[in-house]
Design a protein around this ligand. Structure first.
Ligand code: ADP
Ligand code: MG
Length: 142
């Protein structure tokens, strides 16, 4: 069954002019882009999106980073999209990520790690709605 997941090209990806390269990896791996936009998050919005991490020691740095430059949220569609996209991006820390993964290829650190991917069906649903209305998502891609 087709499934959707939320990816975010993080500020380091945008700053390093890697949007095209990362989108290419998504397309080559068989994901269809069904929604895409550019947003500059403010710290409240970034903090709300990452609220699950608010007690973690890196929360303040994470929120500062995510609001430091524009981001590109993207809704991806594919069979088994959530799990497959997590595999494509690799471990949170690029030093631990497998060869060929997006974070291994492009990320500098476990904080500035290029891309976000939803981790479960419930979070994917919440996170997609966080950035996109239903009118901004394409149906019947073809
Ligand atoms: P993932 O993005 O792989 O799902 P988490 O949900 O655990 O990872 O963390 C969310 C984001 O917070 C990470 O992608 C990274 O940007 C940042 N982060 C996670 N762990 C750390 C850490 N130990 N130090 C600094 N930043 C971190
Ligand atoms: Mg996560």
């Amino acid at each position: 069954m087709k499934q959707r997941t939320l990816a975010i090209l993080k500020p380091d990806c945008v700053r390093k002019n890697l949007i095209g390269k990362v989108v290419k990896k998504m397309e080559e791996a068989g994901f269809k882009i069904v929604g895409m936009k550019m947003v500059k998050l403010d710290s409240n919005t970034a903090g709300e999106f990452y609220a699950v991490h608010k007690e973690r020691p890196f929360f303040y740095d994470l929120v500062s980073f995510m609001s430091s430059a524009p981001c590109v949220p993207i809704v991806l569609e594919k069979e088994n999209a959530i799990e497959d996209f997590r595999k494509l991006i690799g471990a949170t820390d690029p030093a631990q990520a497998e060869d060929g993964t997006i974070r291994k290829l492009y990320a500098d650190s476990k904080e500035q790690n290029i891309v976000h991917g939803s981790d479960a069906p419930e979070t994917a649903e919440y996170e997609i709605k966080y950035f996109f209305s239903s009118k901004e998502l394409v149906e019947n891609y073809g």
